[in-house]
Structure formats: structure tokens, C-alpha cells
Design a protein around this ligand. Sequence first.
Ligand code: PLP
Length: 263
Amino acid sequence: MVFKALTIAGSDNSGGAGIQADLKVFSAFRVYGMSAVTSVTVQNSFGVIKSHPVSPDIVYSQIETVAQDIPVDSVKIGMLQSAGNVEAVTQALVDFNLKNIVLDTVIASKNGTLLLDRNAFDIFIKKLIPLADIITPNRDEAEIITGIKIKEIKDMKKAAEEIGKMGAKTVVIKGGHVETGSNVVDVIYNKKEFIPLQYPRVDTPHTHGTGCTFSSAIASCLARQMETVKAIRLARAYVQGAIENSLQTGRGTGSLNHFWTVM
Ligand code: PLP
């Protein structure tokens, strides 16, 4: 049996995030990876220098041509950059009845470059979030989406509830940026209960692409027909190993090791 996942995301020419990371993750999970490129970014280990959005009609057509031909078992959505692309992706998800949608709320890069235009925030929240089966904001993104200041775990829970009310079925607030000491606590909220996931904080600067890696690992598990919470748990364990074995790729911020399970 072949499991097939589609990533709708930006290209990272330095290989650690975006489409390039997603396809590596799909491969690590032995899932057949497909892509719709939404933006071409120009970056290296020192950060994003510039980016160019792909036109919405080309984004829509990439999804259309694949979906009309090849069954898509899960979808990961990453950087969309423009309001037009948010609109195009939303339309395509509906038109082709795509399932198992993991939405990574890519808003800004580590070096502060905006990866989603400000004029796209509103439509992102109103139209795309309600279509997400699983949404994976980090602290900063959850704050932007909800307006809630997040300092501790109870704030993460409050933000998760708010994002749940916006329509996402399962919310995972990532705790990497939250000051919880030597452990990182992520909070899963599935509208029934809060499930904390706790891992030791890894002392490494080489964490480029962590968000992309987590969301595409979840999408890989969903493509493999795994149940939601189990998929999130396995993806989180995979990310932990990928950070613990991270790679100093260049002279700046290195990337995760997507193939740590094999060598
Ligand atoms: N480039 C692309 C295409 C991305 O999708 C992302 C994050 O999702 C980044 C860069 C930023 O990655 P990081 O903040 O981990 O360096």
C-alpha cells in the first residue's frame, strides 16, 4: 500500500524548512510526497533574504492537477505568503474535498521576516482555520491569532480553546518559546480534553525548520491512517530525535536531521 501526502508550502532553497523539509519528512515516514509550491524564498542558514509568491492560479492548479489524478491521503499547509494564495488554497481544499488537513500557521521566520502578508491574516483566520483538522501554532503565532498573551501553560490552554472556537478540530500549541524551564510542554486540545506533551529542552541553536518538520510528520502519520492524538504523539517524538541529532549545515542556524532514525 502506498500512502500519499501533499505539502502546500514555500520552497526553502537552503533545504531545512518548507517544501524541502516536508518531502524529506514524508520520505522518512515512507510516505509518497507531492507538492504545491506557494512561494520561492531565498535564504541560507543566516535567514530569509527575500521571497516571491507564486500566483494564486498556479497554486490552485498544482493542487487541482494532483487531486484530480492521485488520491491524497493527507495535506500539510505551510507558508502561503499572500492573501490570494490563502484564498486559492481554501478554495482547492473545498473543491477537491481534501481530508486530513494539517495547518502550520507560518507567519514569520526566526530572523523576523514576515512569511504571511498582513493583509492575509484576516482571511487566514476566517476561511482557512475552520478547514484545519489539526493546527500547530507556536506561542507567537497563537498570540497573533487570538490576541491572548501567552506566558504559561494556562494561557496556552486558553489560546487553544479560542482557536478551537475558530473552527480547527484539534489544536496543538507548541511550547518551545514558552518559559517552562528545562522541559518543553506542548498542549493538545481536541475540544474534549487538554493533553500535555512534555520533552526535555534540547540545548542547540540548530532548529531551523522545526515547525515544518512537526506538521509534515503529523501529516505523514495521518496519511498512514493513524488516529489524531497518536499521530501528534509520534510526530513529536520524531521531532525530538531530529532536534537531538540536528545538523550544523552552514555558519548560522542549522537544521534538523530528518533521517536520524536511519543513521
Ligand atoms: N522558509 C520557509 C519556506 C518556511 O516555511 C519557514 C517556516 O515555516 C521558514 C523559512 C522559517 O523557518 P525557521 O523559522 O524555522 O527558520
